[in-house]
Each structure stands twice: as C-alpha cells, then as structure tokens.
Write a protein that binds this ligand. Structure first.
Ligand code: HEM
Length: 235
C-alpha cells in the first residue's frame, strides 16, 4: 500500500495521475457536449429529454457512474492543488522569473501559469452547475412524458435557466476558463505521458488549442442560442 502511495505522489506519479484523470474528464466533457447538442433539435425538447431519460433509466447504475465521475474529479482537483503547493514550496523564487529560459519564454505560457486559477474557477463552476442542473429540482414544468413514461423535463430546466441573463453570462464566462484549462492541459497531459516527441510539440499544442476552442465554443453556444434564438415568449 505504502509503495503505491509513494509512486502516486512522486513527481512522475503526480503527473501520471493528473494526465490520466484529466484525459478521462476531457472524454466526459466531449460526451457531455455531444449529448447537450440535442438541445438544438427543434422538437420542443423531445430528443433532449429522451436522451436524458436514458440516463434516468439506468437506475442505481447511474449512481455508480456518477460516483466514479466524482472520484475522478476529486482526484484531479486534489492532486492538482497538492502538486501546485509542492511546486511553489520547491521554488522559492518568483514563479515568473523561473519560467524564463535562455531561448525566450518557455511553453509555460500564461495558460500554464494560470492552470491553478482556471482550475479553481472550473471547480467552483462544477459545484454551482451540479447544484443548478442535477440536484435542484424546483423548476417550472418539472416532468414530461418520454415514450409514455414520466420523465424529468430537463429541457424545460435548461431553458428556464438560460432565460436569465445572469446564468448566460456565468456559463459563457466559465467556458473561457474551460478553454484556457483545456488548451494547456491537453498538451501537458500528452507530454507527461511521454506520448510526444519534441518535434511534435507545436502540432500537439495546436491540436490542444483547437480541441479547447471547439469544446468551449460548443458549450457557450447553448446558453447564447437559447437566450437569443430559442426562448419562447413568456406565457
Ligand atoms: C451550456 C453548457 C452545459 C449544459 C447545458 C449542461 C447541462 C447539464 C445537464 C442538463 C445536467 C444534468 C443531467 C442529469 O440530471 O441527468 C448536467 C450535469 C453535469 N454537467 Fe453539465 N452542462 C453544461 C456544461 C458542462 C461543463 C462545461 C461541464 C464540465 C466542465 C459539465 C459537467 C457536468 C457534470 C459533472 C454533471 C453531473 C453529471 C451527472 O451527475 O450525471 N457540464 N449538465
């Protein structure tokens, strides 16, 4: 047990845990965005609610998946925070100065230095988001029917949320931090896992940038589309 703890908290082990958990979370975010894109289907929420009801139909198995997801999120955050604290302690001089290299600024760009800031914002976003969309059930039109069965009307919930400009700004703002976090995280994970030759560095950074922008813009589009295009007039 102790050697495993030692391995996972060694500098290499820390990078490995952060990379694997980060990649798992990116996969979740991709699947989550693909599912949420059904909000664009102009059928009054039938497709989106059917997709969401599919998860409800999993019953207790859904809780197992959610607990697994929560564990990965907590591991990623826990390792991230303790690694940042360790790195700061090991580097007494100013972080900015230490990133300068003879050949100009290193890959530790603004995004890299701000991983902890964007990570903290995303942690806060997740707490608010899960309360807002997963835990809270007091929205208008709480239930609907999917294939003759009663189901939660998550389509109504999302539309109710994004009728409020506060939530539109909150979600769009947080997605900017998601873009920064993913852009550097993607590159960093592949580098840590040794999946990257030095000559691939630029290309992988460009792919990371692309993935980050596509995901962040994909999520941002939902509140913006609902608020500006898809919101039915109040009755
Ligand atoms: C406009 C953007 C987003 C929309 C419309 C949205 C929508 C939703 C909805 C409707 C749920 C509840 C699902 C259910 O109760 O079955 C949910 C849960 C969740 N969302 Fe999002 N989401 C968005 C962005 C994000 C982002 C960017 C992340 C991660 C960075 C995220 C992470 C999660 C997590 C972890 C859950 C809980 C999953 C579960 O317990 O099953 N969401 N989201």
């Amino acid at each position: 047990m102790i050697p495993l703890k030692k391995a996972l908290t060694s500098p290499v082990g820390r990078k490995f845990v952060m990379s694997i958990s980060g990649i798992a979370l990116v996969l979740f975010v991709i699947v989550h965005l693909l599912g949420n894109l059904t909000l664009y289907v102009p059928d009054g929420g039938e497709t989106f609610n059917r997709y969401a009801a599919g998860f409800e139909a999993m019953g207790p198995f859904l809780y197992v998946i959610e607990l697994g997801l929560l564990a990965v999120i907590l591991i990623h955050i826990g390792w991230g925070i303790t690694t940042a604290i360790k790195n700061r302690k090991a580097r007494p001089e100013d972080y900015d100065e230490s990133t300068e290299t003879k050949g100009g600024p290193s890959r530790l760009s603004l995004a890299s230095k701000n991983m902890i800031v964007s990570g903290v914002v995303l942690g806060f976003f997740l707490i608010v988001h899960i309360w807002h969309f997963r835990v809270r059930k007091d929205f208008v039109g709480e239930t609907t029917e999917v294939d003759g069965q009663e189901a939660t009307n998550l389509y109504a919930m999302v539309h109710e949320a994004f009728a409020d400009p506060f939530w539109v700004v909150f979600y769009v703002g947080c997605m900017v931090f998601l873009a920064f976090h993913l852009r550097h995280g993607f590159w960093s994970a592949l580098q840590s896992l040794g999946a990257m030759k030095p000559e691939w560095s630029k290309a992988i950074y460009a792919i990371g940038f692309f993935v980050a922008v596509v995901l962040a813009v994909g999520f941002m589009g939902i509140p913006l589309y609902i608020y500006f295009v898809d919101l039915p007039p109040p009755v």
